[in-house]
Design a protein around this ligand. Structure first.
Ligand code: FAD
Length: 556
């Protein structure tokens, strides 16, 4: 296809990317983009920061306008125009302008659907009350800001602890509101494993944000005379009542597939549009991209819904390539994501432990807490890292990191490693840029690789924080090898104490008929201790992430 008509439905992340690529591939094609909303190619990822005032003015959210897209790419962008039907037999779409009500049909030779995903609004009693908002586009955040201003809102309740909910919580707090986050699951940020999400729980509490976990909303009720709330009293299953002047619903999204369903396109079991590796639907003239489709999880191979901007943009480009005769394959989605929450950054890539166990994929977890850069250079901060790897081969399966500094860089290196199918041996060998303000001669990624090498190479076996509560004292000893000063600041109940530097002299105090689980503060000294113990005939395992991981998992 070269000089034909391409219609794209949805003009934001995937749609705008597809349209711009399409023009670069064909100067003569007629390219029409239908966008239901008033804006095309806007920064939906920037919306929370607009609410908090970090991004000021609509113009800074508008990456392009219909006029700029016309001028640069000769695209025919029709905003406020919803496609209401697809007639596949005659290859036409039906469109309706929201302002004028005008309806018309437009023929296509190829169609790309990038209709995105709609925020969930489950039928919780009272959810339709005034002052309850979802966040998807610029009009949504305009409404939130107008409501906050008009009713001089002081108290916000954010329902849902996913990344949109957490970003909104941070930004509402920045605006001076008293914020509470409510989450039905036992943790926020489901892509993280619970002990990693625990860091975020602690940060929310440290910043004065209320947090209710494991406690779904039962109803949104009208406030009583004694309850100051402009929007609702958010009533939790536990009976807790939270008066709110504004309620933000961050309950996840559902692929927007109405058009695709009505046109008889295949829908996958998870409710997203089904596409092949070329992002083509069961109609060879129709491609689909972005939040509306089901994608292969690149690690587990399972079909998944992973609504992220990076995949949507890449898919838009691939679909355009294929419309114009290319054979670009979409390899799958790794779910690489990052969140700033006040002082912390949390990032992840690939599968988490929960997903690997669900998929029946054997895995081991390495926890470590390296410094973001050389410890002797001011400002170094620990990064809590968790790497999932295949036992035996050490192939990387997923990674998570939380910290004040340096998380983004490590997650991106690990995402690249994952895409390349690297193993722990490769991570240990990566030559990464180093000067004291930026990293260490052994970067945290190198250290992670080396620590896993020690496991796959048989030098040490790991224990996990979740085992500690179940340890049987008749067969196991928990040994703390930190200094007395560190131990005085907190300890795992039931542990025995022998500082590392005394261990060789005090081996006789340890039983030879029991397994010894060794911990220090972050796992390095306890690894040294394990080497001493095993070479002296003891059975020992190193507690991955040691006291830091255990303590956070318990406190968070
Ligand atoms: P969208 O970008 O949502 O575009 C779909 C468009 O299709 C919509 O504008 C809709 O109006 C239009 N449309 C739907 N049906 C029709 C129709 N029938 N006719 C005409 N038009 C139609 N992802 C990240 O990776 N990082 C982030 O930090 C991040 N932050 C986010 C913050 C917020 C508040 C939100 C809402 C999303 C965020 N995302 C983030 C997710 C990211 O924005 C989406 O994954 C991405 O935009 C999906 O692209 P898409 O093209 O599939 O859908």
């Amino acid at each position: 296809m070269d000089s034909k008509r391409l219609i794209i439905i949805g003009g934001v992340a995937g749609g705008a990317s597809a349209a711009a690529r399409a023009r670069r591939l064909s100067e003569t094609a007629e390219i029409i983009v239908f966008e239901r909303g008033p804006h095309v190619s806007f920064a939906n990822c920037g919306l929370p920061y607009f609410v908090g005032g970090e991004i000021v003015g609509h113009d800074n959210l508008l990456l392009q306008t219909p006029e700029s897209l016309k001028a640069r790419f000769n695209l025919d962008v029709r905003v406020l125009t919803e496609v209401t039907g697809i007639d596949r037999a005659n290859r036409r779409v039906r469109a309706r302008h929201a302002g004028t009500g005008e309806e018309y049909e437009a023929p296509y030779d190829a169609l790309i659907l990038s209709t995105g995903a709609a925020p969930l609004r489950p039928p919780i009693p009272g959810i339709e009350r005034d002052g309850h908002f979802t966040v998807r586009n610029i009009p949504d955040v305009d409404r939130i800001m107008a409501w906050i201003k008009d009713c001089q809102a002081c108290r916000a309740v954010v329902v849902g602890g996913g990344y949109i909910g957490l970003e909104m919580a941070e930004q509402l707090h920045r605006r001076g509101l008293v914020v509470t986050v409510v989450e039905a699951l036992p943790q926020v940020m489901a892509p993280l494993d619970p002990e990693m999400a625990a860091w975020l729980h602690l940060e929310l509490k440290a910043q004065g944000v209320g947090l209710f976990l494991n406690d779904p909303v039962a109803s949104f009720e009208a406030p009583s005379a004694t309850e100051p709330a402009r929007a609702s009293v958010v009533v939790l299953k536990s009976g807790q009542r939270l008066p709110a002047d504004v309620v933000v619903l961050g309950l996840g999204v559902r692929p927007e597939t109405g058009l695709a369903r009505q046109a008889g396109l295949d829908i996958g079991p998870l409710g997203g549009i089904k596409v092949n590796e070329y992002l083509q639907t069961n109609d060879p003239r129709i491609w689909a991209v972005g939040d509306a489709i089901e994608v292969k999880d690149a690690v587990t191979g399972a079909w998944s819904i992973i609504p992220l901007a990076g995949p949507a943009n890449r898919q838009g480009r691939i679909a355009a390539n294929n419309v114009f005769g290319g054979r670009s394959r979409y390899e799958g989605t790794w779910g690489t994501a990052i969140l700033r929450l006040f002082k912390l950054t949390a990032g992840c890539t690939g599968a988490n432990e929960k997903a690997l166990r669900r998929a029946g994929i054997p895995c081991q977890a390495m926890h470590l807490h390296p410094s973001s850069h050389a410890g002797y250079y001011p400002g170094a901060e620990p990064i809590a890292m968790k790497l999932l790897f295949a036992p035996g081969t050490g192939k990387l399966l997923g990674a998570q990191a939380v910290g004040v500094d340096g998380v983004d860089k490590r997650i991106d290196v690990l995402a690249t490693a994952l895409k390349a199918g690297l193993t722990a041996n490769d991570l240990a060998e990566l030559e990464l840029a180093y000067a004291p303000p930026y990293g260490s001669a052994k970067d945290p990624v190198n250290l992670a690789g080396m620590a896993i090498q020690n496991v796959t190479g048989g030098l040490v076996e790991l224990a996990q924080w979740s085992e500690i509560a179940r340890l049987d004292p008749s067969s196991t000893v928990l040994l703390d090898v930190r200094s007395a000063a560190e131990r005085a600041r907190g300890q795992i109940p039931g542990s025995r104490h022998i500082p590392l530097h005394e261990l060789r002299e005090r081996l006789a105090e340890l039983p030879r008929d029991k397994e010894i689980i060794v911990h220090c503060q972050s796992g390095q000294r306890s690894y040294f201790a394990c080497r001493i113990l095993t070479q002296n005939g003891f059975r020992a395992r190193n507690l991955a992430g040691s006291y830091r991981t255990w303590k956070t998992a318990h406190q968070g």
